[in-house]
Design a protein around this ligand. Structure first.
Ligand code: GDP
Ligand code: MN
Length: 410
C-alpha cells in the first residue's frame, strides 16, 4: 500500500525527522489563505515568503511535470493551485492519460544548498533490508543508477541489530556531510531505519533529503526531508490500524478495489485480451503464452483455487469494465477448483451481463480452456448453453487457446 506525501511527512515528523511545516487543501479557493498561514507558521513573510505547492498523488516525477511549484505570493499560490486541480498530471510514472489531482500540499519553502537521496528497502538478493544513499539526490534514483552507479551507496542492515550508528556515520561522511550536518544526517538515517522496521515497510524513501543554505542560526545549514514516499507490505497491514486509515481509494484503480472485495487478484494492464485464470503461476504463464502468440494481455486475474460462481461472474464484469478488452481467454486447471463451477459462472455471467446498449451476453470473442477436476461436466454445461454464449470457442489446450484468442482480436 502506498500513501500520500503529506501522510509520509507526518510519519517522518513523528519519528523525529525534521520536515518543513505544511498544510493540505482540496480547492483553489483555500489557496490564498493557506499560503499566508503556511508562511506565518514557518516564520516567513506572509506577503512574499517562499512556499511550495505540491500535487498529492501516488506518482512521482511531479517536479518535472510542473506539479511542484515554488510560489512567493498568495496570488501565485492560487494560480498554481488552480492549474494543478484542473489539469491531469502526466509524468514519467503515470502513463500518457495522466492522473487527476484532488489534494495539494502547501509546504514552507526552503533554500537548498544540496540535494541527497536516502531510502531503505528490502534487497531480495541478500535477504536483508538495505540503506541506499546518494549525494546525487533530487533526480530519479533510477537515472543515477544507470549513469553513475558508483554514486549510489548500499549498506546492508542486520535483521536483528538494525542499522548501527557507525554505519550511518560512515554513510554521512561518504556522502560529504560536514560539521553539524553529520549528526543530523545520522539521526535521520537511524530514525528512518527504525520507522521502516516498525511499520513493516517495503520502501521508505526521502528524495530529496537536503541541506539548507547556511543562515545565522545554522552556519552549517540544516538537514531536512522535503519529499517522502512510503510503500507498506500489504501482508503486514493487518497489524497497523493507523496505516490502514491512511489508505486512499481515490488513488487506486476502481476495478482492482472491486476485485479485492470478491477475493480476486486483479491487476489492470495495457493490452486487449482479458484473462480469467485460477492460480497466480497459471496467470503468469497465460500472459506469457498470449504474448508469445503476438497478443497483449489486458489484465492479470487470478480467481484463486476455490472461487465461487459469484466470484467468477464478478470476474467477467471486471474484465469487461475495461473498454480496451477485445477478447477473453479463460484458462482453468481444476485441481481444487471444480470445472463445472467455472462453467456455471461463465454461463451465469453471460446471462446477467448487460451491454451498454441494453442487450445481454458477451459480444467479445470468448475462448475457454478447461482441464482437470470434473472437466467433462464443465464442457457439457458450456455446450448445452451455446445459445447464451454465441462467441464461445472451446480450446484443446493452452497453445490452442492462445492462438484462438490472439487471432480473434486482430
Ligand atoms: P517529485 O518531483 O515528485 O519527486 O517532488 P519533490 O518534492 O521531490 O520536488 C521536486 C524538486 O522540487 C526537488 O528536487 C527540489 O529541487 C524542488 N523543491 C521542492 N521543494 C522545494 C523547496 O522548498 N525549495 C526549493 N528551492 N526547491 C524545492
Ligand atoms: Mn521527490
Amino acid at each position: 500500500m502506498k500513501i500520500h506525501e503529506y501522510q509520509a511527512r507526518e510519519l517522518l515528523a513523528d519519528a523525529g525527522i525534521p520536515v518543513p511545516s505544511a498544510r493540505v487543501i482540496t480547492s483553489a479557493g483555500e489557496a490564498a489563505q493557506t499560503y499566508k498561514h503556511v508562511a506565518t507558521d514557518a516564520g516567513l513573510d506572509p506577503s512574499n515568503g517562499l512556499v511550495v505547492v505540491k500535487a498529492q498523488v501516488h506518482a512521482g516525477g511531479r517536479g518535472k511535470a510542473g506539479f511542484v511549484k515554488l510560489v512567493r505570493s498568495a496570488k501565485e499560490a492560487e494560480e498554481a493551485a488552480r492549474f494543478m486541480l484542473s489539469n491531469r498530471m502526466v509524468s514519467n510514472q503515470t502513463g500518457p492519460e495522466g492522473i487527476e489531482v484532488g489534494k495539494l500540499l502547501f509546504a514552507a519553502g526552503v533554500d537548498i544548498a544540496k540535494e541527497y537521496y536516502l531510502a531503505i528497502t528490502t534487497d531480495r538478493a541478500t535477504g536483508r533490508n538495505i540503506l541506499i544513499a546518494s549525494a546525487e539526490g533530487g533526480v530519479e534514483i533510477e537515472v543515477v543508477a544507470e549513469r553513475n552507479p558508483a554514486a549510489i551507496l548500499k549498506v546492508p542492515i542486520h535483521p536483528v541489530g538494525g542499522l548501527e550508528p557507525y554505519q550511518a556515520r560512515d554513510v554521512a561522511y561518504r556522502l560529504g556531510f560536514e560539521g553539524k550536518q553529520v549528526n543530523q544526517a545520522v539521526k535521520i538515517m537511524l530514525a528512518l531505519a527504525e520507522l521502516y522496521a516498525a511499520k513493516d515497510c517495503a520502501l521508505a524513501e526521502i528524495n530529496p533529503l537536503i541541506v539548507t543554505t547556511p543562515s545565522d542560526g545554522h552556519p552549517n545549514g540544516q538537514v531536512l526531508a522535503i519529499d517522502a514516499k512510503f510503500n507498506f507490505d500489504d501482508n503486514g497491514l493487518f497489524r497497523h490500524k493507523d496505516l490502514q486509515a491512511l489508505f486512499d481509494p481515490a488513488e487506486e484503480n476502481p476495478a482492482e478495489i472491486t476485485a479485492q472485495k470478491f477475493g480476486l487478484s486483479y491487476i489492470a494492464l495495457d493490452g486487449n485480451i482479458g484473462c480469467l485464470v485460477n492460480g497466480a503461476g497459471l496467470a503468469m504463464s497465460t500472459m506469457d503464452i498470449i504474448k508469445h502468440h503476438g497478443g497483449e494481455p489486458a489484465n492479470f486475474l487470478d480467481v484463486g483455487g476455490s472461487a465461487t460462481e459469484e466470484a467468477v461472474t464478478e470476474a467477467f464484469r471486471i474484465i469487461l469494465s475495461d473498454a480496451a478488452v477485445k477478447g477473453i481467454l479463460v484458462n482453468i486447471v481444476g485441481g481444487i477448483m471444480d470445472c463445472e463451477v467455472i462453467a456455471k459462472g461463465i454461463v451465469n455471467a453471460a446471462r446477467s451481463y448487460k451491454n451498454p446498449d441494453g442487450s445481454t451476453g458477451f459480444k467479445v470473442p470468448l475462448v475457454v480452456r478447461l482441464e482437470g477436476n470434473n472437466v467433462e461436466a464443465g464442457r457439457e454445461l458450456l455446450k448445452s448453453a451455446a445459445s447464451d454464449l454465441p462467441t464461445l470457442q472451446a480450446a484443446e489446450d493452452l497453445t490452442d487457446g492462445a492462438e484462438k484468442v490472439c487471432s480473434a482480436v486482430v
